[in-house]
Design a protein around this ligand. Sequence first.
Ligand code: AMP
Length: 220
Amino acid sequence: MRIIMLGAPGVGKGSQASRIAESFAIPHISTGDLFREQINANTAIGQKVSSFMNQGMLVPDEITIEILEKRLSGDDCKNGFVLDGFPRTLQQAASLDKMLEEMNISIDIVLNISLDDTTIVRRITGRRTCPACGAIYHIDDCPPKENDVCDRCSVGLKSRADDSVEVIQKRLQVYHKLTRPLIEYYSGKGRFVHIESAGPIADTTERVFEALGTSLRQSV
Ligand code: AMP
Protein backbone atom coordinates (compact mmCIF):
# COMPACT_ATOMS: atom_id res chain seq x y z
CA MET A 1 0.00 0.00 0.00
CA ARG A 2 1.42 3.42 -0.99
CA ILE A 3 -0.27 6.30 0.70
CA ILE A 4 0.07 10.10 0.76
CA MET A 5 -1.32 12.01 3.75
CA LEU A 6 -2.16 15.61 2.91
CA GLY A 7 -3.28 18.24 5.38
CA ALA A 8 -2.25 21.29 7.36
CA PRO A 9 0.22 21.05 10.24
CA GLY A 10 -1.52 19.81 13.37
CA VAL A 11 -4.45 18.01 11.71
CA GLY A 12 -3.17 14.71 13.07
CA LYS A 13 -1.46 13.35 9.93
CA GLY A 14 1.48 12.06 11.95
CA SER A 15 -0.66 10.16 14.48
CA GLN A 16 -2.79 8.61 11.73
CA ALA A 17 0.24 7.81 9.58
CA SER A 18 1.91 5.93 12.43
CA ARG A 19 -1.24 3.85 13.00
CA ILE A 20 -1.37 3.03 9.27
CA ALA A 21 2.34 2.17 9.20
CA GLU A 22 1.97 -0.16 12.16
CA SER A 23 -1.14 -1.82 10.80
CA PHE A 24 0.21 -2.39 7.27
CA ALA A 25 3.82 -2.99 8.38
CA ILE A 26 5.11 -0.29 6.05
CA PRO A 27 7.48 2.61 6.85
CA HIS A 28 6.06 5.93 8.05
CA ILE A 29 8.06 8.54 6.15
CA SER A 30 7.80 12.02 7.61
CA THR A 31 10.06 14.63 6.04
CA GLY A 32 9.70 16.68 9.24
CA ASP A 33 11.08 13.70 11.23
CA LEU A 34 13.88 13.19 8.69
CA PHE A 35 14.88 16.85 9.12
CA ARG A 36 14.66 16.65 12.94
CA GLU A 37 16.99 13.60 12.84
CA GLN A 38 19.50 15.65 10.82
CA ILE A 39 19.23 18.53 13.28
CA ASN A 40 19.72 16.24 16.29
CA ALA A 41 22.78 14.69 14.65
CA ASN A 42 24.06 18.21 13.84
CA THR A 43 24.75 17.33 10.19
CA ALA A 44 25.32 19.83 7.37
CA ILE A 45 21.71 19.30 6.23
CA GLY A 46 20.49 19.79 9.80
CA GLN A 47 22.33 23.09 10.02
CA LYS A 48 20.85 24.23 6.70
CA VAL A 49 17.24 23.39 7.54
CA SER A 50 16.86 24.36 11.19
CA SER A 51 16.31 28.08 10.69
CA PHE A 52 13.58 27.46 8.07
CA MET A 53 11.84 25.07 10.45
CA ASN A 54 12.15 27.31 13.49
CA GLN A 55 10.55 30.16 11.57
CA GLY A 56 7.67 28.02 10.30
CA MET A 57 8.87 28.23 6.71
CA LEU A 58 9.25 25.38 4.26
CA VAL A 59 12.68 23.91 3.69
CA PRO A 60 13.72 24.62 0.06
CA ASP A 61 12.39 22.07 -2.42
CA GLU A 62 15.78 20.84 -3.65
CA ILE A 63 16.90 19.82 -0.14
CA THR A 64 13.52 18.26 0.67
CA ILE A 65 13.24 16.34 -2.58
CA GLU A 66 16.77 14.97 -2.21
CA ILE A 67 16.22 13.69 1.33
CA LEU A 68 12.89 12.11 0.38
CA GLU A 69 14.29 10.47 -2.75
CA LYS A 70 17.10 8.91 -0.71
CA ARG A 71 14.62 7.62 1.88
CA LEU A 72 12.26 6.19 -0.76
CA SER A 73 15.11 4.20 -2.30
CA GLY A 74 15.44 2.23 0.96
CA ASP A 75 14.74 -1.51 0.77
CA ASP A 76 12.02 -1.21 3.39
CA CYS A 77 9.93 0.93 0.99
CA LYS A 78 9.58 -1.86 -1.59
CA ASN A 79 6.25 -3.09 -0.24
CA GLY A 80 4.78 0.33 0.39
CA PHE A 81 5.02 3.42 2.55
CA VAL A 82 2.96 6.19 4.04
CA LEU A 83 4.16 9.70 3.25
CA ASP A 84 3.44 12.24 5.96
CA GLY A 85 4.25 15.88 5.19
CA PHE A 86 5.49 15.28 1.66
CA PRO A 87 4.70 16.64 -0.87
CA ARG A 88 4.05 20.16 0.40
CA THR A 89 4.49 22.13 -2.83
CA LEU A 90 3.46 21.60 -6.45
CA GLN A 91 7.13 21.23 -7.37
CA GLN A 92 7.54 18.44 -4.79
CA ALA A 93 4.43 16.72 -6.14
CA ALA A 94 5.77 16.85 -9.70
CA SER A 95 9.14 15.48 -8.52
CA LEU A 96 7.41 12.68 -6.64
CA ASP A 97 5.45 11.76 -9.79
CA LYS A 98 8.75 11.52 -11.66
CA MET A 99 10.40 9.42 -8.93
CA LEU A 100 7.46 7.02 -8.83
CA GLU A 101 7.42 6.70 -12.61
CA GLU A 102 11.12 5.85 -12.60
CA MET A 103 10.51 3.27 -9.87
CA ASN A 104 7.57 1.94 -11.89
CA ILE A 105 5.16 2.27 -8.98
CA SER A 106 2.15 4.45 -8.19
CA ILE A 107 0.29 5.86 -5.22
CA ASP A 108 -2.76 3.82 -4.17
CA ILE A 109 -4.58 6.51 -2.26
CA VAL A 110 -4.26 10.13 -1.15
CA LEU A 111 -5.94 11.01 2.15
CA ASN A 112 -6.65 14.68 2.73
CA ILE A 113 -7.09 15.23 6.46
CA SER A 114 -8.88 18.49 7.27
CA LEU A 115 -9.56 20.56 10.36
CA ASP A 116 -10.39 24.23 11.02
CA ASP A 117 -7.46 26.54 11.89
CA THR A 118 -8.71 27.35 15.42
CA THR A 119 -8.77 23.69 16.41
CA ILE A 120 -5.39 23.19 14.76
CA VAL A 121 -3.82 25.87 16.97
CA ARG A 122 -5.34 24.26 20.08
CA ARG A 123 -4.11 20.82 19.01
CA ILE A 124 -0.59 21.97 18.21
CA THR A 125 -0.07 23.98 21.38
CA GLY A 126 -1.13 20.93 23.44
CA ARG A 127 1.03 18.52 21.47
CA ARG A 128 3.86 16.71 23.28
CA THR A 129 6.33 14.35 21.62
CA CYS A 130 8.64 11.69 23.00
CA PRO A 131 12.22 12.59 21.99
CA ALA A 132 13.21 8.91 22.17
CA CYS A 133 10.52 7.05 20.18
CA GLY A 134 8.60 9.88 18.47
CA ALA A 135 5.23 8.94 20.05
CA ILE A 136 2.79 11.87 19.89
CA TYR A 137 0.49 12.87 22.78
CA HIS A 138 -1.89 15.75 23.50
CA ILE A 139 -2.24 17.15 27.00
CA ASP A 140 -6.09 16.95 26.82
CA ASP A 141 -7.05 14.70 23.88
CA CYS A 142 -4.46 11.93 24.19
CA PRO A 143 -2.56 12.35 27.46
CA PRO A 144 0.17 9.96 28.61
CA LYS A 145 -0.67 7.77 31.62
CA GLU A 146 1.83 9.66 33.75
CA ASN A 147 2.07 13.44 33.36
CA ASP A 148 4.61 14.47 30.67
CA VAL A 149 6.24 11.02 30.50
CA CYS A 150 6.13 8.67 27.49
CA ASP A 151 4.03 5.51 28.09
CA ARG A 152 6.42 3.40 26.00
CA CYS A 153 9.89 4.53 27.09
CA SER A 154 9.37 6.56 30.29
CA VAL A 155 11.29 9.49 28.78
CA GLY A 156 10.15 13.08 29.53
CA LEU A 157 7.90 14.48 26.77
CA LYS A 158 8.78 17.70 24.92
CA SER A 159 7.01 20.41 22.93
CA ARG A 160 8.46 20.91 19.47
CA ALA A 161 10.45 24.13 18.94
CA ASP A 162 8.12 25.10 16.06
CA ASP A 163 4.90 24.50 18.03
CA SER A 164 4.67 28.03 19.54
CA VAL A 165 1.56 30.07 18.64
CA GLU A 166 3.54 32.57 16.47
CA VAL A 167 5.26 29.84 14.47
CA ILE A 168 2.00 27.92 14.06
CA GLN A 169 0.33 30.99 12.54
CA LYS A 170 3.17 31.22 10.04
CA ARG A 171 3.02 27.49 9.27
CA LEU A 172 -0.73 27.77 8.61
CA GLN A 173 -0.19 30.74 6.28
CA VAL A 174 2.43 28.76 4.39
CA TYR A 175 0.07 25.77 4.23
CA HIS A 176 -2.78 27.81 2.73
CA LYS A 177 -0.51 29.43 0.16
CA LEU A 178 1.78 26.58 -0.94
CA THR A 179 0.32 23.23 0.16
CA ARG A 180 -3.46 23.64 -0.19
CA PRO A 181 -3.19 23.75 -4.02
CA LEU A 182 -2.18 20.07 -3.81
CA ILE A 183 -5.80 19.22 -3.01
CA GLU A 184 -6.74 20.25 -6.52
CA TYR A 185 -3.62 18.59 -7.96
CA TYR A 186 -4.48 15.20 -6.44
CA SER A 187 -8.28 15.33 -6.57
CA GLY A 188 -8.13 14.78 -10.32
CA LYS A 189 -5.77 11.81 -9.97
CA GLY A 190 -6.55 8.29 -8.74
CA ARG A 191 -8.16 7.63 -5.36
CA PHE A 192 -8.50 10.77 -3.30
CA VAL A 193 -10.49 10.84 -0.05
CA HIS A 194 -11.32 13.77 2.24
CA ILE A 195 -11.30 12.95 5.95
CA GLU A 196 -12.59 15.32 8.61
CA SER A 197 -10.37 15.28 11.68
CA ALA A 198 -12.64 17.11 14.16
CA GLY A 199 -13.63 15.13 17.27
CA PRO A 200 -11.83 12.27 19.00
CA ILE A 201 -8.65 11.00 17.34
CA ALA A 202 -10.01 7.42 17.46
CA ASP A 203 -12.99 8.48 15.28
CA THR A 204 -10.61 9.93 12.69
CA THR A 205 -8.63 6.69 12.76
CA GLU A 206 -11.84 4.80 12.06
CA ARG A 207 -12.61 7.04 9.06
CA VAL A 208 -9.02 6.64 7.81
CA PHE A 209 -9.18 2.83 7.93
CA GLU A 210 -12.61 2.83 6.34
CA ALA A 211 -11.14 4.85 3.45
CA LEU A 212 -8.31 2.30 3.21
CA GLY A 213 -10.93 -0.42 2.93
CA THR A 214 -9.96 -2.21 6.13
CA SER A 215 -10.29 -1.95 9.86
CA LEU A 216 -7.40 -1.24 12.20
CA ARG A 217 -5.47 -4.51 12.40
CA GLN A 218 -3.48 -3.95 15.54
CA SER A 219 -4.28 -2.33 18.83
CA VAL A 220 -2.66 1.11 19.12
P1 AMP B 1 6.20 18.54 10.17
O1 AMP B 1 6.90 17.68 11.16
O2 AMP B 1 5.64 17.78 9.01
O3 AMP B 1 5.17 19.45 10.80
O4 AMP B 1 7.32 19.50 9.55
C1 AMP B 1 8.05 20.39 10.34
C2 AMP B 1 8.80 21.38 9.46
O5 AMP B 1 9.72 20.68 8.62
C3 AMP B 1 7.94 22.17 8.49
O6 AMP B 1 7.33 23.31 9.09
C4 AMP B 1 8.98 22.56 7.44
O7 AMP B 1 9.83 23.59 7.92
C5 AMP B 1 9.82 21.30 7.36
N1 AMP B 1 9.26 20.38 6.35
C6 AMP B 1 8.72 19.15 6.59
N2 AMP B 1 8.32 18.59 5.44
C7 AMP B 1 8.59 19.49 4.47
C8 AMP B 1 8.38 19.50 3.07
N3 AMP B 1 7.79 18.47 2.42
N4 AMP B 1 8.79 20.60 2.38
C9 AMP B 1 9.40 21.63 2.98
N5 AMP B 1 9.60 21.70 4.31
C10 AMP B 1 9.21 20.63 5.05
